[in-house]
Design a protein around this ligand. Structure first.
Ligand SMILES: Cc1ncc(C[n+]2csc(CCOP(=O)(O)OP(=O)(O)O)c2C)c(N)n1
Ligand SMILES: [Mg+2]
Length: 600
């Protein structure tokens, strides 16, 4: 697990005299830290001063939330720690949203939070707030440096725990503790190796799979994090079982593989839904089976309630939490897949008897979904038809299909939260893991752009593309400054539909088009804003221009240029996010009767 094991550790060795700042920075060096995202602050300036000599790049961002998302993207693409740091008080509270997002993406982000001085804590001095309670529910571990002697030990632990517990950790350091003289030894990173799971549960899982007539594999983020894609492919080949991606993990299984059936969940693949509905045994590999990811879609209840469910998750607490399961395996997705292969290879497998019929069904469902997507040029509900009728702009689905066709080899794509980003789920296919970085279950608008910037820092040779709605863009475009200043060339595709579309869809479906706060009127030209900020900016109005524009923007990345592609699309809207969680309005008070749903 710990990717540090093979790296040469350049930190000082042996117990020796140093300052806590030196101990802190040397521990970062020992942990292999090369890049830290943040905004400069006096609270940690003594340590920051050492970064260049230590070989650590400090990436100066526009807003700390962006820096936190960059650390998240960096860790998701590299499998290494992402690190962010800021000024005590407001700089740190700006990290809350990004830390919560990293928590639900299971990203090993170390959030370094210098705190007000220990000698004045509690007096209400400058930039003071209690920094531990705020992060207590969005971190896996919180280290508080309560004594400068423990700087290296606790810094090392924050890093180790981020990998061990698969999520963000906090390192809280009273700012005066960077100064002084201490004697200490720099801790080496822990090597963490996870096993396949318990023997009995693996035996039972293998027995169920061997007896299955229609097994389906569901690959989650755990497969990506464990680097277990080749093993997932081997297992699928062995069983000749179709493989779905769990929601927003479209990179967990190669889309070019004949057994790939696409993603489940919101705006996912109907083929995946139709096929998993037929399963008698589901192997949920490296997924917590999050509640949002298996909600009914397209009016279809596809989760196979009567099937035997085998769930593999590295976090024991996730087993059986959301869906009832038959077998829970607490293990690493890659190791568990290998252990299952070892148990199944050479055995008689019931599913091979009907192999040809199953393969035909898989091919049929995939072809049906592809041709449905091909024909699905625009949304067909009344409101969408009305607003797009006289528009000269592009239909979002056609634009997304063109982006898909022009997607370069090895692309990394981050997606935001919004209606068009959600619809893109059907059009995002990857052959390589660590390629899709969606705002996972935390679902915050403003995630995608900074996240792709962090991913690009970790993987500078890969094309980096963010999909962002225009509302979410308003929250995050400030990070263009980071791209330009720090020479991090990426591409942002901004969907300009002039509205907070995903929320507007709820007004349409539930509130009789009483639009409040959803129209984004008087927006600037985002292409012009991009140019004013030193990036390239293009406005795209025709579907035929989408592919060439994306290709040119990817080429521009190779020349060090960031490009913003502003896609002018109609105001039509796909299915809503939360049909499950909204209700038609009931009003009891007389004064609000005009807003009550008309019954009957
Ligand atoms: C930080 C944050 N604020 C508010 C929301 C609620 N929200 C979810 S989707 C959405 C609309 C997104 O609009 P836009 O980015 O323009 O994309 P579109 O839906 O128009 O494609 C909003 C406001 C959220 N998810 N996150
Ligand atoms: Mg919008």
């Amino acid at each position: 697990m710990n990717t540090m094991t093979d790296q040469k550790i350049l930190a000082v060795t042996g117990k020796q005299k140093m300052t806590p700042s030196e101990a802190f920075v040397e521990t970062l060096v020992a942990q292999g830290v090369k890049d830290v995202f943040g905004i400069v602050g006096s609270a940690y300036m003594d340590a920051l001063d050492l970064f260049p000599v230590a070989g650590i790049r400090f990436i100066s961002v526009a807003h700390e939330q962006g820096g936190g998302h960059m650390a998240d993207g960096y860790s998701r693409v590299s499998g290494r720690h992402g690190v962010c740091i800021a000024q005590n008080g407001p700089g740190i509270t700006n990290f809350v949203t990004s830390t919560a997002a990293a928590f639900w993406a299971h990203s090993p982000v170390v959030v370094i939070t210098p705190e007000t001085g220990s000698a004045t804590l509690g007096l209400g001095g400058f930039q003071e707030t209690e920094q531990l309670p705020i992060f207590s529910k969005v971190t896996k571990f919180q280290a508080h440096v309560n004594n400068r002697l423990r700087m290296a030990e606790l810094t090392g632990r924050a890093f180790d725990r981020a990998h061990l517990e698969l999520g963000p950790t906090q390192l809280n350091i009273p700012r005066d503790f960077f100064y002084g003289d201490i004697e200490c030894e720099i801790p080496r990173p822990m090597t963490i190796e996870r096993g396949a799971g318990g023997e009995r549960s693996l035996d039972e899982a293998a027995r169920l799979l061997a007896g299955a007539k229609f097994p389906v594999i569901l690959c989650g983020g755990g497969v990506v994090m464990a680097n277990g894609q080749p093993e997932a492919v081997r297992l699928a080949d062995l069983l000749q079982a179709p493989v779905a991606n769990s929601y927003l993990h479209n990179d967990s299984f190669p889309a070019g593989h004949p057994l790939w059936i696409g993603p489940l969940g919101y705006q996912g693949s109907k083929a995946a839904m139709q096929l998993i509905a037929k399963a008698d045994v589901v192997l949920a590999l490296g997924t917590r089976l999050g509640p949002f990811g298996t909600l009914p879609q397209y009016g279809m209840e596809y989760w196979p309630k009567d099937a035997k469910i085998i769930q593999v998750d590295a976090d024991a607490k996730m087993l059986g939490l959301v869906k009832p399961i038959s077998v829970g395996i607490c293990g690493d997705a890659k190791a568990a897949a290998l252990a299952l292969i070892a148990r199944l290879e050479g055995k008689s497998l019931a599913c091979l008897a009907n192999r040809d019929a199953r393969l035909a069904t898989i091919r049929g469902e995939k072809a049906a979904w592809e041709s449905e997507l091909d024909g699905w040029a625009c949304e067909k509900d009344n409101w969408s038809l009305e607003v797009s009728k006289n528009s000269t702009y592009m239909h979002p689905r056609q634009m997304l299909r063109e982006l898909e066709r022009a997607m370069p080899e090895g692309a990394m794509v981050s997606t935001d939260i919004g209606n068009i980003c959600s619809v893109s789920n059907s059009y995002l296919r990857f052959d390589r893991p660590r390629s899709m970085f969606a705002a996972m279950s935390f679902g915050n608008c403003g995630y995608a752009f900074p996240t792709i910037i962090g991913a690009k820092v970790a993987a500078p040779d890969r094309p980096a593309i963010a999909y962002v709605g225009d509302g979410a863009w308003g929250m995050s475009f400030g990070e263009i400054q980071t791209c330009v200043r720090e020479n991090i060339p990426v591409t942002a595709v901004v969907f300009n539909n002039g509205q907070w579309g995903a929320e507007k869809k709820n007004h349409v479906d539930f509130y009789e088009n009483r639009f409040i706060g959803v129209n984004l009127d008087k927006q600037p030209s985002w292409a012009a804003v991009a140019k004013a900020m030193g990036a390239e900016g293009h406005t795209i109005e025709r579907t035929a221009d989408v592919g060439p524009a994306l290709r040119a923007a990817v080429q521009a990345q190779r020349e060090g240029k960031t490009t913003i592609l502003e896609m002018m699309v109609t105001r039509e809207l796909g299915d809503p996010f939360r049909r499950d969680a909204l209700a038609l309005p009931t009003r009891h008070l007389a004064k609000y009767q005009s807003t009550a749903a008309k019954r009957g």
